[in-house]
Design a protein around this ligand. Structure first.
Ligand code: B12
Length: 327
């Protein structure tokens, strides 16, 4: 198996620590002595990076590096015992900022390999849903802002979005198997080409042990209606970066609601919904405004655990109207 390794400048960038400090720690304390390539470059492994991350968390919390050294054997043992990614709460704000900066920098340099390394580090460090919320969403929005002021080209935006998208799709494929017959169809209607937010929602549904049918961008309304009749889901999840014209939206949503089974629900999210919640509520859809995620998306990891013990149909919060049920 080929094990990916990182050069010292990549480690420095990803962890938000200078290369000089890494060399000093290595020379003075023998703290992470990486392998060397045939040409003599330092080649850090995932394990080296993980250990350095732990060390940095301690030094950032105020522990002197000399006091961290005696802890190294225990840190190494803890890493062997528990290889699972930490929660975002355990990853410092500084590291999260460094992750975001590394991806944006890779985009600015048009360096796809670098963007891939940076995103792989993010998903190795945090559970997928948290990596999405803490890193992917702000990065995509920043790319949009830079694209808007012309400091990022469309090609560079495509590069970052492609790398992000492939990672999200692979996380979706690696989700735990669905536990019960709860199915969600995720789609963007009509001309809507933005599907990264939808992928994030799909990840949440998958973590909550839904069976996810992911259709992605630009799904024709007629085809979606046909699919709903052919294989009805419990939830239809739609993402809108902008709202369609109100009349078009209401007509489409009414047709979709009629095509769903009696207890079916339509959940809508995306920047277009966040900007015009009243319009979407008037269609009787369940409006999702992060960070207020309705159950079971609020905490997909614990929802997965609960799902194993007892079946419970997802419900919109009591204050919100359910979608129309009549045909
Ligand atoms: C990448 C991108 C593209 C890519 C999309 C590729 C893809 N596969 O997604 C491409 C190149 C196709 C594209 C095209 C266009 N884009 Co564009 N794009 C972006 C960009 C940079 C990032 C989008 C993104 O990934 N956002 C991050 C996601 C994760 O955020 P989010 O959708 O808000 O999701 C959050 C929540 O809303 C929620 N959520 C989202 N969906 C759902 C669904 C459900 C069910 C739930 C529960 C939750 C949920 O989850 C997330 C948080 O947890 C944005 C910038 C931005 N600010 O977003 C511009 C942006 C959205 N694009 C914009 C524009 C103008 C366009 C174009 C019109 C450009 C053009 N002239 O052609 C076209 C329109 C294409 C079309 N027909 O839709 C504008 C929109 C302005 C507006 N509101 O009108 C933006 C804001 C850029 C800008 N600063 O001006 N774009």
């Amino acid at each position: 198996m080929i094990r990916p390794t990182y050069r010292i400048h990549q480690v420095a960038e990803l962890l938000g620590v200078s290369a000089l400090r890494l060399r000093t720690w290595e020379r003075r304390y023998g703290l992470v002595v990486p392998h060397r390539t045939a040409s003599g470059y330092r080649a850090y492994t995932h394990e080296d990076m993980a250990l350095l991350e732990q060390v940095m968390a301690l030094t950032e919390a105020g522990t002197a590096i000399s006091a961290v050294i005696p802890l190294l054997p225990a840190l190494r043992k803890a890493m062997r015992d528990d290889g699972a990614p930490q929660s975002a709460a355990a990853v410092s704000a500084r590291r999260i900022a460094a992750f975001r900066a590394a991806i944006l920098d890779a985009g600015a340099r048009s360096d796809q390999a670098r963007a891939e390394v940076a995103l792989d580090r993010v998903f190795a460090a945090m559970p997928a849903v948290e990596a999405f919320e803490q890193v992917v969403v702000p990065v995509q929005r920043e790319v949009g802002a830079r694209w808007h002021d012309a400091s990022v080209s469309v090609a560079q935006e495509h590069l970052v979005t492609h790398v992000v998208r492939t990672r999200l799709v692979s996380r979706l494929l690696a989700s735990p198997p669905p536990r019960r017959a709860r199915r969600v169809i995720c789609a963007c209607l009509g001309e809507e080409a933005h599907d990264i937010g939808l992928l994030g929602a799909a990840l949440r549904f998958a973590q909550a042990r839904f069976s996810v049918t992911y259709l992605g961008a630009q799904t024709p309304l007629g085809d979606l209606l046909a699919m709903l009749s052919q294989r009805p889901p419990q939830i239809l999840a739609l993402s809108f970066s902008r709202p369609p014209a109100p009349r078009v939206l209401r007509t489409a949503m009414a047709a979709l609601a009629r095509a769903l089974p009696a207890k079916g629900q339509i959940w809508v999210g995306g920047a277009g919904v966040e900007a015009h919640p009243a319009l979407f509520r008037s269609t009787m859809a369940e409006v999702v405004l992060p960070p207020e995620w309705p159950s079971p998306l609020a905490d997909p990891l614990s929802a997965a655990g609960r799902g194993a013990r007892r079946a419970r149909a997802p419900r919109p919060p009591a204050s919100r109207a359910a979608p129309p049920r009549s045909r």
